[in-house]
Design a protein around this ligand. Structure first.
Ligand SMILES: C[S@@+](CC[C@H](N)C(=O)[O-])C[C@H]1O[C@@H](n2cnc3c(N)ncnc32)[C@H](O)[C@@H]1O
Length: 413
């Protein structure tokens, strides 16, 4: 399962395509939670792109949590903070000098490669394939890995080369990767820290619009057909800096200032969060765990590495970070115990737990059901079922759409 963030200017909102998104179910979840009349904040434990947290803007304050840190930047930008008063054009104007300075440095560093790329983009499909296959990156070149280590340890502008070293000539064109690095240099140099999450969320969202990948970033697309070739040439020649500007407009704040003031955003393992016992003022917990064996960290590694900008160990054509987060919810051998942990810890908090889980989920493959586990910890478990079409984005099932029954399990203490 995956997700891809696609930011478009649509009714002023970020449109996020995320594997397993509950956007289509958000109203049902909101209504179910409202009926529980939560006496405190609602925790969205596996919040992803936050479609459920967003739907609760007039119901209750929210605490979001997800294991992937780039999702938290998006959540902070949308669900926290005072009203923004700065127009996006002013942000662009503020960042432009630092952006251009780093852009020109990188254009000089990569002058030869940029020329090769331009020639490949003007050439045939075979030319582009050959360019992609021969391009050097951290996944196939010891020299690039050495450069990445130097950049990681640099305190100057040379630090800003991660996208070029990791993701160019694959997920992005080299030209776009350079723009991305230059934009990050400008964002990191900006002194208006209040705008930082907004800028970083837009930087990621703008990238997702242009990424050469099928909606997630487990792998990039190759020009294996004429239509793929045309699409890649068209996408690769678009400007990331322009998309960043549009995404600043699209990453709008949700709810009013009073609602956002009481919201919190956490990053980490959901099971750690509920077992730590540190959450305060909680009325209900909502859990939308992964339900297939696809680890999200594999599908969204590029956004995670971009956001963290931490020059991780990375190997192979996919340039995937080696220290990816993995969860028991996506392992057939651990999914049953993960559900036990979830139910045990939330029941200790003495609040209702609402779980989203499809009938076709991995838990069933492991021979268990949500009610049979939940009833060991809660006094009553009600099931509500809905027909839904899942977007799998071609992850492990291969099909891009899969019809399924979505269930909401309402577990009452
Ligand atoms: C089904 S998706 C949630 C989608 C979300 N409700 C939405 O509408 O965008 C599951 C999410 O759980 C996160 N995740 C997976 N295992 C986790 C864990 N153990 N702790 C916290 N988050 C986890 C994934 O990164 C992913 O964002």
């Amino acid at each position: 399962m995956e997700q891809l963030i696609v930011a478009r200017k649509e009714a002023g909102k970020v449109v996020v395509r995320y594997m397993g998104t509950k956007r289509h179910m958000a109203d049902h979840v909101r209504d179910t939670i409202s009926e529980l009349k939560p006496d405190g904040r609602v925790v969205d434990l596996f919040s992803g792109m936050g479609s459920v947290a967003e739907s609760l803007r007039e119901t209750a304050s929210v605490v979001t949590n997800d294991a992937l840190s780039f999702t938290a930047a998006v959540s902070r930008a949308r669900f926290t903070g005072p009203d923004r008063s700065t127009p996006s054009a002013e942000v662009i104007e503020r960042l432009l000098p630092s952006y251009e300075a780093r852009l020109h440095e990188l254009e000089a560093v990569y002058a030869v490669e940029l020329k090769t790329e331009t020639t490949a983009l003007r050439g045939s499909r075979a030319d582009l394939l050959s360019y992609m296959d021969k391009a050097q990156h951290v996944g196939n070149s010891a020299a690039r890995r050495r450069k990445a280590k130097l950049a990681a340890e640099s305190s100057g502008s040379e630090h800003y080369e991660l996208a070029s070293l990791y993701f160019s000539a694959g997920y992005l064109s080299l030209r776009q990767a350079i723009e991305l690095d230059a934009a990050r240099a400008a964002i990191d140099a900006d002194v208006h820290l209040r705008d930082r999450d907004w800028m970083l969320a837009a930087w990621i969202a703008g990238t997702s619009v242009l990424v050469n990948a099928p909606g997630h970033t487990a792998q990039f697309l190759r020009p294996n057909s004429e239509s793929a070739h045309t699409r890649i040439v068209r996408t690769w020649t678009r400007s990331l800096w322009d998309e960043f500007g549009l995404a600043l407009e699209a990453v709008s704040q949700v709810g009013d200032e009073a609602w956002r003031r009481n919201n919190s955003v956490y990053v980490g393992d959901a099971l750690d969060l509920v077992s730590a016992g540190e959450l305060r003022d909680i009325g209900t917990v909502y859990a939308d765990p992964p339900y297939t064996k696809d680890q999200y960290s594999r599908y969204y590694h590029m956004y995670e590495t971009l956001y963290r900008y931490d020059f991780p160990d990375s190997t192979g054509a996919g340039r995937n970070r080696s220290d990816r987060f993995t969860t028991g919810f996506s392992l057939k051998t651990a999914v049953v115990s993960s559900f036990h942990d979830l139910c045990r810890n939330v029941s200790r908090m003495q609040v209702p737990l609402v779980i989203s889980y499809p009938s076709s989920g991995l838990l069933g493959d492991a021979g268990a059901t949500v009610p049979e586990i939940a009833l060991q910890y809660f006094g009553d478990v009600q099931t509500r079922s809905y027909d839904a079409n899942h977007s799998t984005m071609g992850a492990s099932t291969g099909a891009s759409k899969k019809s399924a029954t979505e269930n909401l399990y309402v577990c009452l203490v």
